[in-house]
Each structure stands twice: as C-alpha cells, then as structure tokens.
Design a protein. Structure first.
Length: 216
C-alpha cells in the first residue's frame, strides 16, 4: 500500500470547439474496471449522436490497469494522447472520456492529437488535483488552556484539524503520516510538555489540496 498518491479532486466536464468540431471531456475517479466501463457507458448514453467517444484510464495501486480507445479515430490520435495526459499529471484511479461531435472539417492526425490532449488537460485543470495520504487518525485530549497553542502548532505544521470536541477537556482529532506517527507523538508531547493524552485510531487515506508548483 503506497503512502500517498494523486487523483482528481472530483468529477467534472469541460467543453470546447475547434474547426466546428465540439469536444466534451468528462473526468471521474474510478476504483476498478467495472466502474470505468459504467462511466464510459453513461457518457455514451448521454451522447448517442456523438461521432466518437474516446477514453483512457489508469487504475490500481501500481497503475497495473491502463486502457485507452480511439473509438474510430485514426490509430493513436485520441486514446493515447488522453492516457499520456493522465500519466503526465501523475494521476491514479482516474478516467477521462472525450466525446467528439464532428463538425465537417478534418483536423488531421496532429490536430486530433492536440485536440484530445488539450481536452484532457483542460478538464483536469478545471476540477483540480488532490493528494491522498495514508495517515493515522489521532485524538489529542488537552486542557482548555492549551487549545490555542496546540491548534496553532497543528496548522503551522500542515496537519488537518478534522474535529474539535468541547467537554470537560478538549479533544482535537487530526491525522499524521502513518510512517511518521511516533515522531508526531514525540513532537506533540514536547510541544505541550507532556500535558496531552494521545490516542491513535485507524489508518486511512485523507485528502489534501495539491499544488504542483510546490514540487518544482
């Protein structure tokens, strides 16, 4: 199980026109091939009069499932360009379907490759990308007097505050990378001079916004 990966923030659509041909890109998260096939079928049902419904998807922890289709376009001009966009964005468990309504003017192989590639790129840019991190849920119980200090520390160090429960004490739920949980607990104890009760919970994937520029 990988400890982090990128995927789209949510599903969405994007449409543009080139030389009277209309291209509609649809993107969605998929966990398996059945979901991918269902999404393709749903798009096809919504666009029964479309000239071509081309797609590509990558699924699996190690990207072991990769499929693409030109759906009648010249070989290599639609499915592969879409797949390359998904790969270049380092996305996992993602499908992009591009529907084309032919406008009567041929685009040529190069024009088709650019059109399908741009369609995929633009819809991904529109919906955004998130990073899914394998983290351990952590419940921190503290006195009211330490609330501001702890919340400031968590925010400054990029930890999500998932929940705050007010009772006789304050319980703050956050999450830390599973492979660094002991380091996290030590840092919290040091920060609060040991005046904290730390309870670890389940390991799960949490989503955080992703900015590719920070990786540059």
């Amino acid at each position: 199980m990988t400890n982090k990966f990128l995927t789209i923030a949510h599903g969405g659509n994007h449409e543009f026109e080139i030389k009277k041909s209309k291209f509609i890109a649809s993107v969605e998260r998929v966990n398996n091939e059945d979901e991918a096939r269902m999404f393709i079928a749903m798009v096809a049902e919504a666009h029964k009069k479309a000239s071509h419904i081309c797609f590509a998807y990558i699924i699996g922890e190690n990207d072991n499932i990769q499929r693409e289709s030109d759906n009648g376009e010249p070989s290599g001009t639609a499915g592969v360009p879409i797949l390359e966009v998904i790969k270049n964005n380092h996305l996992h468990d993602t499908i992009v379907v591009v529907t084309r309504y032919f406008g009567g003017i041929k685009l040529g192989a190069g024009g088709l490759i650019r059109a399908y590639s741009n369609s995929a790129s633009q819809v991904i840019e529109k919906v955004g990308v998130v990073e899914k991190l394998l983290q351990t849920r952590v419940e921190l119980t503290i006195a009211y007097s330490l609330n501001d200090k702890l919340q400031y520390y968590l925010k400054e160090h990029g930890y999500q505050i998932l929940n705050v429960e007010y009772g006789s004490e304050i319980k703050i739920t956050t999450a830390a990378m599973s492979d660094k949980i002991e380091e996290f607990k030590t840092n919290i104890n040091n920060q609060l001079a040991g005046n904290v009760s730390i309870k670890t919970g389940d390991e799960e994937y949490f989503e955080v916004p992703y900015d590719a520029k920070k990786e540059d």
